[in-house]
Write a protein that binds this ligand. Structure first.
Ligand code: MSP
Length: 479
């Protein structure tokens, strides 16, 4: 049986169109999904949109639309952006989908049955931008640091989840890596969060109109975060497709940024434990894309439009830049200047130049790459070395290391060209010219195959140019 790989992105709020920060996670997930497909695994790659809650209702009102009309329009802009960026998702879940609502109801009824829910009065500060309760300690100058807005004081009757009952178990699972949290610093951060008094967790809201009714109290809407987390199971048939659900759950990887760690690494596992479902295997937390050091965010108004970028620079350049420029897991600044520099040095001069030089010389020497080409020892061992590095980096979700290993192969080819001077060989030693150029073409094929998860269009174009059309050829066919 094929190994499965279930990977998710967060579902994005639909108060505004996507920006290059949201595209960052989605591109990263797409690269991993493509890589695992190439390994022959059965991949399910889920993304989608988080469409309920006060923040979205307010945005709709401001635009003079009903919430549903409003989100329908925004969702189109997400789908368009993902298409432009060549994101090959398996499914796109919307929290306004019937399948999601039904799944959430089933989940909440189970939670109620578990006896871990109770009603209580809530008084506290709420940040609409974060859609979460916030403590005074977290505020800077009285404002939420992420949204630069004052929270509002809320006092209402809510249903609460007995989070505390599950925290010791969550802690154990994280400590023992049964639930893996990466990078290591994030695991530490979660473990230290678990030492604090987290209090119990409110799962409903009384005065919110736009949301999913609590199945056991229609006067209350499900707290937007509680239903949002459930997209990871409602999309794969939690309500009524147990075959699909059992095939894919638990998720192999939830990819998120550091803003939503607490929800994913503490609340979500606790909720799953409460109703007896397995926990995701791994949560990988990446950093922020910043602009002049400040988080790129819709609320701060410093966002860059991914569609504009793709139209100007091409999808592959953006995909490459996002994953090469910033070490995945750390924060990193986005700048058009750096993007253009990287394009010129790595893509046009590095990769593009190599391919066009080798192709021109091969045409001149009449060399065509056949599938049975045997590499010579030196080339073979270099290719193997790079494949090992690349695979290790992909397993560890270190995209820039994986890309660096491909560029190692590019440099290796450049050195070989400098050493052998094939443009001279073509004139005075045809046999040697053929040998060298065949090796170079074989290596370029390898480069194209390794590049495919990152730069699918470029990879396909190179394979076409060297007359190797088998895009789906196994990643390392000759090992
Ligand atoms: N709707 C919630 C998530 C629910 S998941 C069950 C939410 N949405 S969001 O639209 O605010 O998106 C948050 C996610 O978008 C981050 O975790 C991250 O994956 C991505 N990013 C948004 N801005 C980003 C940056 N500036 N940099 C990196 N990632 C960014 O929270």
């Amino acid at each position: 049986m094929k190994k499965k790989f279930y990977i998710t992105t967060p579902i994005y709020y639909t108060n505004q169109a996507p920006h290059i920060g949201t595209a960052y996670t989605t591109v990263a997930a797409d690269v991993l999904a493509r890589y695992h497909r190439k390994l022959g695994e059965e991949v399910f790659f889920l993304t989608g949109t988080d469409e309920h809650g006060e923040k979205i209702a307010q945005a709709a009102e401001k635009a003079g639309k009903t919430p549903q009309e409003f989100v329908d329009k925004i969702v189109k802009s997400f789908k368009k952006a993902w298409e432009k960026l060549n994101i090959e998702y398996s499914d796109f879940i919307r929290t306004t989908d019937e399948r999601h609502k039904k799944g959430v109801e089933k989940f909440l009824l189970k939670l109620k049955e578990s006896g871990k829910i109770y009603q209580d009065e809530y008084r506290g500060l709420y940040c609409i931008g974060c859609e979460k309760f916030i403590t005074k300690k977290e505020l800077i100058n009285g404002k939420c640091p992420d949204h630069q807005k004052e929270p509002k004081l809320i006092s209402e009757t809510n249903y609460f989840f007995k989070l505390n009952d599950f925290l010791p178990q969550v802690k154990k699972l994280i400590e023992s890596d049964k639930l893996i949290i990466e990078p290591k610093e994030r695991k530490k951060e979660v473990l230290s969060l678990l030492k604090q008094d987290l209090g119990n967790f409110s799962i409903s809201r009384q005065n919110v109109k736009w949301g999913i009714d609590l199945p056991f109290d229609k006067e209350q809407k499900t707290y937007v975060w509680v239903e949002a987390l459930q997209n990871y199971i409602t999309a794969i048939g939690y309500k009524d497709d147990s075959k699909k659900f059992n095939k894919y759950w638990p998720a192999d990887l939830h990819l998120i940024a550091k803003d939503i760690v607490k929800f994913h690494a503490i609340f979500w596992p606790a909720l799953l434990l409460a109703i007896g479902l397995k926990l995701p295997k791994k949560i990988f937390v990446h950093g922020y894309l910043t602009i002049n050091g400040q988080k790129m965010s819709k609320s701060l108004g410093n966002v860059v439009d991914p569609i504009y970028l793709v139209d100007k620079y091409g999808a592959d350049t953006i995909r490459y830049f996002l994953l090469k420029e910033i070490s995945f897991g750390q924060d990193g600044d986005f700048s058009i200047k750096r993007l253009e520099e990287r394009y010129n040095s790595d893509l046009a001069n590095g990769l593009g130049n190599l391919v066009s030089r080798v192709l021109t010389l091969s045409e001149k020497a009449g060399v065509i790459l056949s599938n049975s080409e045997e590499s010579d020892k030196e080339f073979n061992s270099e290719i193997r070395l790079v494949q090992e590095k690349y695979n290790k980096a992909m397993e560890e979700i270190k995209f820039n290391d994986a890309l660096e290993s491909i560029w190692q192969l590019i440099s290796f080819c450049d050195e070989c060209i400098e050493k052998n001077k094939p443009w001279e060989l073509v004139e005075n030693n045809q046999d040697k010219a053929k040998e060298v150029l065949s090796q170079l073409l074989t290596t370029i094929r390898e480069i194209a195959l390794l590049l495919e998860p990152f730069m699918p269009e470029t990879s396909e174009e190179i394979l076409k140019q060297i007359k190797q059309n088998k895009k789906t050829e196994a990643l390392f066919p000759r090992l």
